[in-house]
Ligand binder design. Structure first.
Ligand code: NAP
Length: 247
């Protein structure tokens, strides 16, 4: 097991990619704090699955877009686990519309969770990681942050912001035992992709060289690679998992 004795927090772990990452970390031996904002039932189920694997799991409810709430959650997680080794900033939302129709509320909603959320969570844990001279941070970005998308100016901007944040932090923290990387999924089979109209899904599949959407588990395994000793020479990277959509 690659992560035995490590502690991790995954934001947005109640479903989709975050859920798969939480389970992948636990399968490799990590204790996991399961963050969610509203899906308490599904989050409890993930925690139970992690416990069945013989790991510790705690529920860590917080709106990552809200700094005081995130800070409170971080204190509770640190009290419970004693320390945090691995932070996965995965929570994300969309609010798609063309820029002409996009109002300030839609812009703020997406930026608050996707970009401020990464700042808030990282800020809440980083001093402790620096003190222990060990930390692994993985931020989930998106191919949309790399290429832009019709109707997703808010989302694309938030993810491009997270990618730039990742590189800056990687440079600042490399000498302190902390590696900071990003994973940029393409289109992955989750509720987010299920919400795309079927016609558009077919059009997307035409553009993906591997001719299928990705699986959340495939992202989970990439995250394990980056946070384990297998990834010890990797920092500041944005690993694409997109079936060849962007190359
Ligand atoms: P999803 O199925 O919609 O799940 C989103 C998760 O984020 C849920 O656990 C949700 O918790 C949580 N969340 C939402 N707002 C939150 C907040 N304010 N505070 C804390 N947690 C919050 O999403 P997904 O498709 O798995 O995507 C996960 C990440 O991958 C996102 O950052 C997304 O942008 C990125 N991504 C996804 C794809 C894709 O194809 N699916 C592609 C590229 C990148 P609740 O259940 O409690 O609401």
């Amino acid at each position: 097991m690659k992560l035995k004795g490590r502690t991790a927090l995954v934001t947005g772990a109640s479903r989709g990619i975050g859920r798969a990452i939480a389970l992948a970390l636990a399968e490799e031996g990590a204790d996991v704090a399961v963050n969610y904002v509203s899906s308490e039932g599904p989050a409890k189920e993930i925690a139970e699955q992690i416990q069945k694997l013989g790991r510790r799991a705690i529920l860590a409810r917080a709106d990552v877009g809200d700094f005081p709430d995130t800070f409170r959650m971080a204190q509770e997680v640190l009290k419970e686990f004693g320390h945090l080794d691995i932070l996965i900033n995965n929570a994300g939302v969309t609010s798609d519309m063309t820029f002409v129709k996009m109002d300030h509320a839609s812009w703020r909603k997406v930026l608050a969770v996707n970009l401020d959320g990464v700042f808030n969570c990282t800020k809440a844990f980083i001093d402790q990681m620096i003190r222990q001279n060990y930390g692994r941070v993985v931020n989930i970005t998106s191919v949309i942050g790399q290429i832009g998308n019709f109707g997703q100016a808010n989302y694309a901007a938030s993810k491009a912001g997270v990618a730039a944040f990742t590189k800056s932090l990687a440079k600042e923290l490399a000498g302190k035992g902390i590696r900071v990387n990003a994973v940029a999924p393409g289109f992955i089979e989750t509720e987010m992709v299920a919400a795309i109209p079927e016609k558009v899904q077919h059009r997307l599949l035409d553009q993906i060289p591997l001719k299928r959407f990705g699986r959340a588990e495939e992202v989970g395994r990439a995250v394990v690679y980056l946070v384990s000793s297998d990834g010890d020479y990797i920092t500041g990277a944005e690993l694409s998992i997109n079936g060849g959509l962007l190359m």
